[in-house]
Design a protein around this ligand. Sequence first.
Ligand code: ZN
Ligand code: ZN
Length: 396
Amino acid sequence: MPKFPAMTMGRQDDELESLELLRTPYTATWTSLGEVPKNHPLVTVMSLVAAQFIVFIAAQAPHLISSGVLFFRFAAIVASTHLAIAFAQSLHFGATEPGFLPTGEELKTLMAKCDASKDQSCATGDELRALDAARSVYEEAFQHTCLAEAMDDGYYVKQAILPPPTVELEGLKWCTTCLIWRPPRCSHCSTCGRCVLEFDHHCHMLGRCIGRRNHQTFLLITWSAGINSFLIAFVSCYQLFTWYSSVGVPDLKGVPGSSLHRWGLMAFAVICASGCLYFANPRALGCGCTRRGYRQILFCIGVLAAAMLIGLLIHLRMSGRMEWYILGVTFSCVLSGATCPFIMCSALEQLENACRGSTVKRVAVDQRSGVRKPPISLTNVWSFLFSERPPSLFSS
Ligand SMILES: [Zn+2]
Ligand SMILES: [Zn+2]
């Protein structure tokens, strides 16, 4: 059997099956996004943003605009614009691959396939593009190492999969899971099971890795979500307070549902206060960054929202004052008030890192090794926001 039977073959998948070298799980659809880690879809986050948008536009914004107060008009316009931006950016974020790197085995397969296609096309256009992208990534990554001058086009990619001590690359780390040399600032994500270019962190709330290809979008999402949740929380608290003042709180006593609603409000105040404490203590950030932490936060917000809404609904029906407006305000108050400190904390952290040209991962590594934070510079922000994203090694 010839070493590369693909040289005499067409591109049909069944023919490729007989090629021993290409028998890996990634052979058939190398460049499809389906082969990168299956992150959970953004359904929860997107539905909450959409629900918040509908409630805000339908129930709250008309009251704010007709209030005649300039700040409330401004808040209504800014909050709804930022909600729309957050929704659009989340859609974009969901469709962008963070910058995953293929494993050593996959790179080997890809190179063999593309080599074989020099004589007979057996690699698809996407696969040739993926190899080109890998070449440019490794060329950039290894240009400061002690590697010799490139011998051919694929030289650096070939070096990237040679394990130590065959190759020793100064300052770079060998990934023992993916079996590749990691480019600088590339880290392995244990949740996704792949190395990610300029790895920042794995966001359990959005269910994805943050890396070089989606970092700018992530910063925009955190800021637009942070601004709208802050403004909506502020105006919702005001609207809730004004409504209570107008109906007169003493009248509510003894009406079924009102105590549940009051307890809900109190618990809401507690979670907002703990959110503020969390906001004030950056070291506590780590505790919310696990999948379990986020689930607990979402669970608390869900229970609170349900308690407040059910209590208020019963109360309004029994007291004969059925007002959908105040139900909407309560929903916004819980959702925005409880999430605002966490989102703002993340937004500020992301902005600080962008100013320092750093990442969450790098800050943690520097802290462990006692290295001082790099200085803040506007040039860093500029290059962070406007640097070109490298092509994906996975999507076409
Ligand atoms: Zn890895
Ligand atoms: Zn990840």
